[in-house]
Design a protein around this ligand. Sequence first.
Ligand SMILES: [Cu+2]
Length: 120
Amino acid sequence: MIMCGKSRILQRYLMLGLLLLPLFAWSHSKLVSTEPEDGAVLSAPPETVTLHFSKPIEPRFHQAELQQGTAWVALASEAGPRALVIKMQDAGTMHEYRIRWSVMARDGHRQQGMLRFSIQ
Ligand SMILES: [Cu+2]
């Protein structure tokens, strides 16, 4: 089959992309699950909130904050190999909880997100 130069170059880039894709997918950490789940409606405030990641996270660079009105208040957190455990002792009892978090994966990439749940 005859191909013009342009489409051959395009094909080469495409193949390179396909070859590199698994490498990136392998090295990046991602959030796998949370306890409680995002959007959960609970009967009582949880003692801890746990985030599970697909890859190890740095034990020293993590942060968790709870929204209280217009302010964000720091919550104590502890990093396990692939999990961040956020301690809710100082959170008090609220109707709606909004927690923002950030961690650093071992590959140096920062990751952040928000988790919400409410008490009924
Ligand atoms: Cu990464």
